[in-house]
Design a protein around this ligand. Sequence first.
Ligand code: WT7
Length: 658
Amino acid sequence: MSTDHMNIDIHTYQVPSRLLDSKKCPKPHIDAIEKYKQLYEESIKDPQTFWGRTAKELLHWHKPFETVLTGSGFEYGDVAWFREGELNASYNCVDRHALVNPKKTAIIYEADEPGNSRHITYEELLRDVCRLAITLKELGIKKGDTVAIYMPMVPEAVVAFLACARLGAVHSVVFAGFSSDALRDRIQDASSRLVITSDEGMRGGKTISTKKIVDDAVKDCPTIEHVLVFRRTGSDVPFSAPRDLWWHEEIEKHRPYCPPEIVNAEDPLFLLYTSGSTGKPKGVLHTTAGYLLGAAITFKYVFDYHENDIYGCMADIGWITGHTYIIYGPLLNGGTTVLFESTPVYPTPSRYWEVVAKHKITQFYTAPTAIRLLRRYGNDYVKDHDLSSLRIIGSVGEPINPEAWEWYYEVVGRKECTVVDTYWQTETGSIIITPLPGATATKPGSATFPFFGIDPVILDPTTGEEIKGNNAEGVLAVRQPWPSMARTVYKNHHRYLDTYLKPFKGYYFTGDGVGRDNDGYYWIRGRVDDVINVSGHRLSTAEIESALILHHAVAEAAVIGVADELTGQCVHAFATLKPNEEKTDVKDLILQVRKVIGPFAAPRKIYIVNDLPKTRSGKIMRRILRKIVSGEADQLGDLSTINNPSIIPVLIEKVKSS
Ligand code: WT7
């Protein structure tokens, strides 16, 4: 993950000529690097003008704003964008397009079962959103209330997001791969009043018992008044009236129009929980106007969106990528977005390419882990499909290794598409470092240059000093506020300040290492904190350790991220057991993590040991464990602070033999 790309001779790829040929492709919004530079300079030197203009251009305001940006910068975390402005997110995503273009397809639903797809127009989407909004209103949901959404990738999930937004309610979407314990914690933290779920989910031919998981979760959630259940599979599932209500029975009672609740620019739009370096997940809070502007403008320029495009992002709506680039970004621009319920390999490793050919997708967005997996299956799965509709192919979630990048570019993109390696985070709300497809020459593995309004800096991690100029290496921070940045951690503003604004005074800190090469290109190296990235899923080592310690047999646990060819990183755990618990099976401990967090967090390996390397003050030295697992036990570095050096050979032996 931290290979130093700066010393490797990396080829630079010019913008494919096809993208600039007006007979073959629509003219890119930004079609030369000078145009990017010019707009970029304005956005940094005069953010008020840049963001004021684009906010009027890209959003519909029920009441115009007077000021663009106020607040102390990064001192108190009190920035406010467009503070007098009033608007509604669902009006911006649906109504305004339904008014002028009612028959245009908003969503193409590609169900898990191949051959099963459905088109939903903007006017249909508006009716669906309105019916559900009234349903929620009848159930007592009003502006400011939090609604949990635990749904598979069905169009009704999009309807659920937008119905909440229509009422000014705050959606808190929980990825449907999280366990009932994890769902419970997120419902409790947000005091959600209602959960929207489905009877079951379908993915890769397997069913997921979403309703059962919700039932288990809400046992300990006194704030939950109702569970609204969408029927996806029609299987018999436990149902307890009057708490549980069927989606289809409720919505048909209501007329398909509901006026939008106009909210302030800075009113919250949603919460999304993400992992940090400490145990408890953080409820990242995004507000309405700034987030929407970030989603709209990045979607327009990074995916170079044009009127007749069919855009497909393969992420899950439960993560920020799904929020911003399946739902908000495309719909704000009046686009057509593909909602893909399945996996890249179901029923065969051709599935993505079948979907691209079938719907004539023009922009395709996925994660490095999927690209690596499909590359491994070989080119035959790709080459029999007509991918000529593609113009832009994107990558997100973790650093993409040059080999995977080149395969994506050559085999999927046939050297005729721009690869956009987009860097951002749950907290940034939208893409912050990225190529622009009609303008930026790309280098495999580099996210290239900052998006408009983003002023990245490289800091020395120990002194906090800014490292200026090219050929720099350090940690990545941002100097100026941008509209879609998270405003707080829900009910824990201190944690927001401590995590993002205090580590380096005057900057937003990303938690990532970064390099800037001789040509000024940015290379994201990966996290410098205790966050690990498994298949683009963000996990905290502390969170997995807490899960393990909850097991009655475990005394202590230490979790590390280990490089993995397919998933980027995988989880390895070391555990010591309590006396008389020696018989504990490693499988039980893996199950424990699946139960507390979810299957995607399960450790690949667990080593049961007698002791962990610790400092004299009792801190576990994970650095040593990382070195041992990666076969660098001969380079353990400074061991002067270790309290129990005799454990090291024992650990080395243990790792070798398992
Ligand atoms: C972390 C954020 C927002 C997208 C989905 C993940 C890593 C994300 C890239 C990229 C290198 C990347 C970073 C970041 N990351 N995109 N293009 N190149 N690293 O969102 O779960 O909030 O995770 O993902 O480490 O900090 P997230």
